[in-house]
Each structure stands twice: as structure tokens, then as C-alpha cells.
Design a protein around this ligand. Structure first.
Ligand code: SAH
Length: 436
């Protein structure tokens, strides 16, 4: 770790609310109900075809190509709606960079790999990882690395390009192209942008998703005396221009996602997350590599976690749609099921344990020893506290990884999902980092 010589990068933001903090149906603050273009669009849709699922609502509100919250907004940081770990401390991304190098070494130092990030936000995390790759240049010198970002937001992809290449990159002219922007990072690596994971070339890859799965659309279900009923969103007949939750009068097809032995009385299911896990598992089992997923979530225990954030405050999810972020806790037990034995899954492991195992204390000390600027030292200590304190982000955030069976079982292929848990002793983060 001492080879990482760069000293503290002072993050410009003083973060307040992180999205993992609370969960509720988001009805707390009394808010006005402005008629946003998105509300008008949704009311038109509901009037034409009837109440919509929460998943459809989330998808429209967040990623509708014309009016979606993520498409034209920069919501991260002090002036935005929430803050994330990579924006809080450079150490976070550096330790994840070390994780990928450690996995690359443990799995045989392939001659080339792709680093693929899903939902890269402002590009800060990949930027910190690339700095580690560059500083470990002697280790990675013969490895051919390329960067691939999966992003639906036009605004954020522009910011990512500035962060990572220090340039404005024009959109691809060829409308048929799966790559919509491409360039070269400031460290000289080729970088490409895609709208969908399926469009990323299938090669030996390390995949990363930080606070990505929690924005994918969830279906919500309530147990009733008549059986499971999906929660839908309808127009409130009593208040003009207002939406409300209703229960579907009969079973809906999405009910198929609920486990037969489910004991909770309210559940949220995210089929898109399942599809992405299946795609990642398939890719990793065929071509090798690994996936590292970090998010707030639970292991199949929580119920109603759908909530909104605006200006660092909880926000009623049905008010002024398109102006606030919507999110739901990630159900790691569902992700694990969706692996279907194709690869090994590790975790969820609490963020404070993962970062401790990755050597956060040593890295903090190195940065503190190198800095004589009091404000930078204060920022580093405060960032550590935010990431590690169990009452802050230390326990609510979890790490989850997908690895090929060969990585843990030395050559054996397909393993049944019911087989005993593999030993995790050699995977950094899930156990202490050791350099081979
Ligand atoms: N990983 C970043 C940003 C998290 S916010 C961080 O931790 O700071 C969620 C990110 O996912 C944003 O970049 C958003 O534009 C992107 N996103 C949301 N829905 C997406 C989708 N369906 N496909 C690809 N990216 C998506």
C-alpha cells in the first residue's frame, strides 16, 4: 500500500444525507405538489391504460429518455440530492482499485482485462481506481486495460468524460453504434460508454456497481387475506393532480417473482437486478473476471424500503415526480438466488469489515503522515468516520462479489447453488488482504 504516493485529494463537498440512511414509504415531510412535466406524463399514461406498477413508475421517473430524473441532472454532492462513498473519500476508490488488482493477480494475471462500471455517477470511483492502476504500473505494466462505462444519463456521462479524460467528448454519430461516446483516459487507457450491459464486449472483465442496484425498479406486493396483491399507482380521485397507492384487485403476472415460502407480509422484488446478475454470472463463468457490488440493502428481511430523496431530505415518492431520486434497498438474498450456481457469490459483508480487511487504517495513516494541511487531515478523518462508523455508512452498506468457481475451487466448473459455502479465506475484503 505504501506505493500509493499521492496524498489526499480534497473532495469539494461537505456531504449531509446518504441514501442508505433511512427507510420508509417517504410520507414524512408535508410538501407542496407542483405539477411537473413527469406528473402530467404519468397522469396521461394512467388515464389511458390504468394504474401502473411501482416498477413502471420508478423506471419512468428515473430514466425516461426525455424527462427522467437521472437523464439531465447532476444529483450527487452538496448541491444535489444525496452523497455517496466515492464522493466522500478518495480512500474508498483506492481500496476498490487494490481489490481489482488483487483479484487480477490471484486469478492468474491475465494479459488483458476490461474494467466495467455500471452507473458511474460523476466518474469519481473509476478515477480513483485508475490512479491506483497507474501507481501500480510496475505490476500491471504488461496488461492491456480498457474502461467501459454503462450509463443512461446524458448529463452524468458528460461529467464522467470530463473527470476521466479531461475533455468534452462528442456523441457518436452512427445511431446504430452500441458505443455512444469513446475517448482515452488521462492515464492513456481507451474508454467507451454504453447504455446497457448487454452492449459491453464479452471479454475477461472486472465489473463494478456502487449504488447502482438500488435505483433499479422494484415491484411491491402486499399480503392480503385473498393472497399476494401488487401495489400499484393510480390518480387520487379526491385531490386534483395527485397520485396515490392502490392494491391490484387480482393477482398480477409479477407475482411470479415472490418465493413460495415467503414469510414477510410486504415484499419488494427487482427483476431487472435479477437479469443483470444473471448476465454478470453468465459472463464471468464463461470468460473469467469478477464482479464487486456495493450498496445498502438486506438479506431478504426488510419490507417497505421504497423512498425518495431531494436536497438531502427524505421526499414523498409520489410528490413532484422527476424532481427527486427514488430508491429501494437491495435484497442480497434475491441477487444470490439469481446467480443460479453459475459462479460463486460472497457476501453481503458490511462495508466497515470489507474496508478494514482491505487496509483502510494503513491507507489513512499513510495519507495523514504525508499531509501537513490541517483541513485536508480533518477531511480525511471525517471521511473515514463517515465510511466506517456503524451508525453512519459502516453497517448499512454491504459488499457482495461474484467470482468464477475456478477461483475458489481450483479448476472445478458448474456448482449447484445448494452445495456448501466455499472458503472465502483467499478473497481480499471478505478476508484480510494478503499480497502474493
Ligand atoms: N456509482 C455512483 C453513482 C450512483 S447513482 C456513485 O456511487 O457515486 C446511480 C447511477 O446509476 C447514476 O450514474 C445513474 O445515472 C445510473 N443509472 C441509473 N439507472 C441506470 C440504468 N438503468 N442503466 C445504467 N445506469 C443507470
Amino acid at each position: 500500500m505504501s506505493v500509493l504516493v499521492r496524498c489526499g485529494v480534497v473532495r469539494a463537498v461537505i456531504p449531509r444525507l446518504w441514501r442508505g440512511k433511512c427507510f420508509s414509504s417517504g410520507n414524512e415531510p408535508a410538501e407542496s405538489n407542483p405539477v411537473t412535466p413527469m406528473l402530467r406524463h404519468l397522469m396521461y399514461k394512467i388515464k389511458s391504460t390504468g394504474p401502473i406498477s411501482v416498477a413502471e413508475y420508478m423506471k419512468e421517473v428515473l430514466t425516461n429518455p426525455a424527462k427522467g430524473y437521472y437523464i439531465h441532472n447532476d444529483m450527487l454532492g452538496e448541491k444535489g440530492d444525496f452523497i455517496t462513498s466515492p464522493e466522500i473519500s478518495q480512500i474508498f476508490g483506492e481500496l476498490l482499485g487494490i481489490w481489482f488488482v488483487s483479484e487480477w493477480m490471484s486469478s492468474g494475471k491475465s494479459a488483458a482485462f476490461q474494467l466495467v462500471e455500471l452507473g458511474p455517477g460523476r466518474g469519481t470511483l473509476t478515477g480513483d481506481i485508475l490512479r491506483v492502476f497507474s501507481q501500480l504500473g510496475s505490476v500491471l505494466k504488461n496488461c492491456d486495460i480498457s474502461i467501459h462505462l454503462v450509463e443512461v444519463s446524458q448529463k452524468l456521462s458528460e461529467i464522467q468524460a470530463l473527470t476521466l479524460t479531461e475533455e468534452k467528448i462528442p456523441l457518436e454519430r452512427d445511431a446504430e453504434s452500441l458505443v455512444y461516446m469513446k475517448g482515452v483516459t488521462k492515464f492513456g487507457l481507451p474508454i467507451s460508454w454504453y447504455r446497457d450491459l448487454k452492449d459491453v464486449p464479452k471479454g475477461y472483465s472486472f465489473y463494478l456497481a456502487h449504488e447502482f442496484f438500488d435505483v433499479l425498479p422494484v415491484h411491491k406486493f402486499q399480503k392480503t387475506p385473498q393472497g399476494w396483491r401488487e401495489v400499484l399507482i393510480d390518480i387520487d380521485p379526491e385531490v386534483s393532480d395527485k397520485l396515490r397507492f392502490v392494491l391490484a384487485p387480482c393477482a398480477t403476472p409479477a407475482e411470479a417473482f415472490i418465493q413460495h415460502d415467503e414469510t414477510r407480509d410486504h415484499v419488494e422484488v427487482c427483476p431487472d437486478a435479477g437479469a443483470i446478475i444473471q448476465e454478470l454470472s453468465q459472463r464471468i463463468s464463461l470468460t473469467g473476471g469478477a464482479a464487486l457490488i456495493a450498496d445498502y440493502g438486506h438479506d431478504g428481511t426488510k419490507t417497505d424500503t421504497f423512498r425518495g430523496f431531494c436536497g438531502h431530505k427524505l421526499h414523498d415518492v409520489l410528490i413532484a415526480p422527476g424532481t427527486a431520486d427514488l430508491t429501494a434497498d437491495v435484497d442480497f438474498s434475491y441477487l444470490r438466488r439469481m446467480v443460479q450456481g453459475k459462479v460463486v457469490s460472497l457476501g453481503p459483508t458490511e462495508q466497515r469489515t470489507f474496508l478494514k480487511n482491505m487496509g483502510i487504517d494503513v491507507r489513512l495513516k499513510v495519507l495523514l503522515d504525508k499531509s501537513d494541511d490541517p483541513s485536508m487531515r480533518q477531511q480525511l478523518l471525517w471521511g473515514y468516520e463517515m465510511l466506517m462508523n456503524p451508525k453512519k455508512m459502516g453497517e448499512r452498506f454491504n459488499f457482495f462479489a461474484l467470482l468464477p468457481h475456478q477461483r475458489l475451487h481450483g479448476g472445478s466448473h458448474e456448482m449447484n447453488a445448494c452445495q456448501s459455502k466455499p472458503s472465502t479465506s483467499s478473497v481480499a475484503g471478505f478476508d484480510e488482504l494478503t499480497w502474493r
